[in-house]
Design a protein around this ligand. Structure first.
Ligand SMILES: Nc1ncnc2c1ncn2[C@@H]1O[C@H](COP(=O)(O)OP(=O)(O)OP(=O)(O)O)[C@@H](O)[C@H]1O
Length: 296
């Protein structure tokens, strides 16, 4: 049984739904949630952390819905890793990590800092006295303090330069916790997630093994994302002239039929009908024209 899973979850703010009918299992080997800004990734992450209650559908923690689950056990099992800016700027980082530990285990700060590749002597510094990569390691050490089984990582490396990013990804890949990783960068999920879900306008448009998604995107949006993201270790997006987004920001999502149809090079009259999420070649895809997509 998977530790955490969403079943037909619709989420929103006030009465406005922004995530629609998403089902997602956090399976072994890492799960990536990919999509451009505003696609609903963080909203879904908040629901998985129990910070947002679904309008409909359920988040399951083992065999219980989050509503009925033992929240103490949940908070120990599932930990968020946010961006380094979430550290209290006034607090020495050793204390930040200590606060995440149970009282009887506060002596473990040095051990946790070492686990994330930091010199324990850095515990005496405040966040602004560390590099961006070091700060992100502190955030990871804090998340590891309670011995979680699953980390939920929201853009954990997006503020870092490419080489530092690669080292943080190495660190995350070496941990024996499960992970749900949220990013707009396919190169990051390629490194850390066996399975990926692509979100567009709050809907899953494609999901399946990450390697297959990248090698042969079935959905035109996955293809656009794949062709836009900078490669790890490659030139930064500015230098390559790529944005890391799809580059088609002029067309807003359609509110009827396929949400991607106003941007889609394959759009046809059939796309005015909502595409069901269907099995295709070992993955699930919500596209009427998936069979007509060029193969590559
Ligand atoms: N607190 C909020 N109140 C109202 N609307 C919100 C709130 N947070 C997010 N939204 C809206 O919900 C939608 C999804 O936002 P969300 O932050 O989940 O997207 P995202 O994919 O994580 O984007 P990004 O990559 O920029 O973080 C957007 O339209 C956003 O404007």
């Amino acid at each position: 049984m998977t530790l955490l899973r969403a079943e037909g979850v619709t989420l929103g703010y006030g009465r406005r739904p922004v995530v629609h009918d998403v089902s997602l299992d956090i399976t072994e080997g890492g799960v990536g949630l990919i999509g451009e800004s505003g696609s609903g990734k963080t909203t879904l992450a908040r629901a998985f952390l129990g910070l947002l209650t679904p309008i409909s559908g359920n988040i399951w923690y083992g065999d219980q819905t989050l509503k009925k689950a033992d929240l103490r056990a949940f908070r120990k099992d599932v930990q968020p890793v946010f961006q380094a800016e979430s550290l209290d700027p006034r607090m020495r980082v050793g204390r930040s990590v200590a606060e995440a530990l149970p009282r009887h285990a506060r002596h473990r700060v040095a051990e946790l800092l070492e686990q994330v590749g930091l010199d324990p002597a850095l515990a005496a510094r405040r966040p602004h006295e560390l590099s961006g990569g070091q700060r992100q390691r502190v955030v990871i050490a804090r998340a590891l303090a309670v011995g979680p089984r699953l980390l939920i990582l929201d853009e954990p490396t997006s503020a870092l330069d490419v080489t530092v990013q690669a080292r943080i990804l190495d660190l995350l890949a070496g941990l024996d916790t499960e992970r749900l990783l949220i990013t707009h960068n396919l190169a990051v999920v390629e490194r850390l997630c066996r399975t990926s879900y692509v979100l567009f306008a709050g809907r899953v448009v494609e999901s399946g093994p990450t390697g297959d998604l990248l090698a042969k995107p079935a959905h035109p949006y996955t293809r656009a994302l794949r062709d836009a993201v900078p490669k790890l270790g490659g030139p930064p997006p500015e230098a390559s002239g790529r944005t890391g987004r799809t580059g088609h920001t002029e067309a807003v999502p359609a509110t009827t039929g396929c949400p991607y149809r106003l941007r889609c090079p394959l759009a046809a009259p059939v796309c005015e009908q909502p595409p069901p999420l269907r099995e295709l070649g070992g993955r699930r895809v919500a596209c009427h024209r998936a069979e007509d997509a060029p193969v590559s």
